[in-house]
Write a protein that binds this ligand. Structure first.
Ligand code: NAD
Length: 479
């Protein structure tokens, strides 16, 4: 057993006492190690270690200490990008070019939030009572439970860890049981960066056991959760019993709207990327491709042609753009959507499992589905796989109506050369991020999160810091 498969509690790597579960390389279907399911006692110890570190100094540390620690970690993450990428690809099946890119992005994220450590200022508030001096302080929330899914596990851990630590919180993180190794490698770097013991803790395990113990525990002040919408509702309801602060980044069914006046060749290729990146296993997948009816036939042909460039392959090969799905269960679920589409709509490209050397992994050739209506299950449920549905619309108002006719509100896109139309549609779509003539643009400085069933709160940018701080008002009677 390596440290990657152990829990990290109070600055020590510990063998877990709970049952072991295998982690599997999705490209081969072969086991690559076991993790122990973190028990309620281990969760309790991790929270106690985080509390001790918070009260023992980190919660009141000088901003420069936190800034320097985050910068050291950023440097280590950048230097380790190849290994973080290798581990991440082996564990999650995401192409090596993406997992190494994620590590570089993670380093930038840490650097950005290091810069916030000494910028969390309060304000002075002028009151009508002139013999009063009133001011606010921004204080850390306390112990944060960071619960992370299996797609982009490194980034999604960093999105929580960086702002939480910058603000002086301590953390217990639980990676997904399906892709725990890159977050564990990150925690090895935390140890190297010399952060005080207990500031960052990691407990492996399943959602039902370890995750549940975390969200129920009265010693946790805030839960930062990324995952499915149904799990998110359960997390919020459970956390409410002890009035924990909660932020939720959940699922999506995002509309990518292409108008007739857009650059259709670029839009067709980029629409495939919008859906097929991470093998479609992205909350922000542009899975509903809305096209103006006047160019439906021409554009659909271009998209089906462009999809052919996205060939599923060995994720360790530098040229591979599409890796396997995370598990056999996820593959079966996605195949179910494709099979349904064969009778209710038209499968225009992909949708088959590649054979040969890839037969042992959970691969699926990215699929383009035409003739979809927004009422179909394919357009309403999150597929979380490389399946792109094309839905026609009549005019701008119709496009906006269809784009908003979903329980979700995570992201959206608009492709047009008319600047007025671009801004009108960007305003009208009820979603947390809108891309114009692009997709996937994410930056540590910009807020990210969902409207409606896609979540609560924001990650990234200055907005995330509000969710990792409490505001204290101090009222001073002057004599
Ligand atoms: P999931 O909800 O099954 O699991 C997410 C995490 O929650 C895992 O670590 C899991 O172990 C844990 N968990 C499960 N049950 C729990 C419980 N009862 N208590 C506490 N923790 C529990 O999601 P997943 O299948 O791992 O990930 C895919 C989902 O994540 C998709 O719906 C996707 O859209 C969403 N996602 C959202 C974003 C975003 O930023 N909005 C980003 C990535 C993924």
């Amino acid at each position: 057993m390596t440290s990657a498969t152990q829990h990290y509690i109070g600055g020590e790597w510990l063998e877990g006492a709970g049952d072991a579960i295998p982690t599997v390389n999705p490209a081969t279907g072969q086991g690559i190690g076991d993790i122990a399911i973190g028990t309620a006692e281990e969760v309790d110890r991790a929270i106690a270690a985080a509390r001790a570190a918070f009260e023992g100094g980190w919660g009141r540390s000088a901003p420069a200490e936190r800034r320097k620690a985050l910068l050291r970690l950023s440097q280590l993450v950048a230097e380790d990008a190849m290994e973080l990428g290798r581990v991440g690809t082996e564990d999650s099946g995401m192409p090596f070019s993406l997992t190494t890119g994620e590590a570089v992005f993670a380093a930038e994220y840490l650097e950005f939030f290091a810069g916030w450590a000494d910028r969390l200022t309060g304000e002075t508030i002028p009151l009508n009572q002139t013999e009063v001096f009133d001011y606010t302080l921004r204080e850390p929330v306390g112990v944060v439970a960071a619960i992370v899914p299996w797609n982009a596990p490194l980034s999604l851990t960093i999105w929580k860890l960086a702002p939480a630590l910058a603000a002086g919180n301590t953390i217990v993180t639980k990676p997904s049981e399906l892709a725990p190794l890159a977050p564990a490698r990150l925690v090895e770097l935390v140890a190297k960066a010399g952060l005080p013991r207990g500031v960052v803790n990691l407990v492996h395990g399943t959602g039902g056991a370890t995750g549940q113990a975390l969200i129920e525990h009265p010693g946790v002040d805030k839960v930062a959760f990324t995952g499915g919408t149904e799990t998110g509702k359960h997390v919020a309801a459970t956390a409410a019993k002890t009035l924990k602060r909660v932020s939720l980044e959940l699922g999506g069914k995002s509309a990518n709207v292409v108008f007739a006046d857009a650059d259709l060749d670029t839009a067709a290729y980029q629409a495939c990327w919008a859906c097929f990146l991470y093998t479609g296993q992205q909350c922000i997948a542009g899975s509903r491709l809305l096209v103006e009816r006047a160019v439906e036939e021409e554009f659909t042909e271009k998209v089906a042609g462009a999809a052919g460039a996205f060939v599923a392959g060995d994720p360790m090969q530098p040229a591979t753009q599409v890796g396997p799905l995370i598990s056999e269960r996820q593959l079966d679920r996605v195949l179910g959507f494709v099979e349904e589409a064969r009778s209710t709509a038209r499968v225009l490209a992909g949708g088959d499992r590649p054979g040969g050397e890839l037969a042992g992994g959970y691969f699926l050739q990215p699929a383009v589905i035409g003739g979809v209506t927004n009422e179909m299950r394919l357009a309403r449920e999150e597929v979380f796989g490389p399946v792109l549905s094309i839905i026609p619309f009549d005019d701008e108002a119709d496009a906006i109506r269809i784009a908003n006719d979903t329980p979700y509100g995570l992201a959206g896109g608009v492709w047009t050369n008319d600047v007025n139309k671009a801004h009108r549609v960007a305003r009208a779509i009820r979603a947390g991020t809108i891309w114009v003539n692009s997709w996937h643009g994410l930056n540590p400085a910009t807020p990210f999160g969902g409207y409606k069933a896609s979540g609560m709160g924001r990650e990234g940018g200055r907005e995330v810091l509000a969710s990792y701080t409490e505001t204290k008002n101090v009222y001073v009677q002057l004599r």
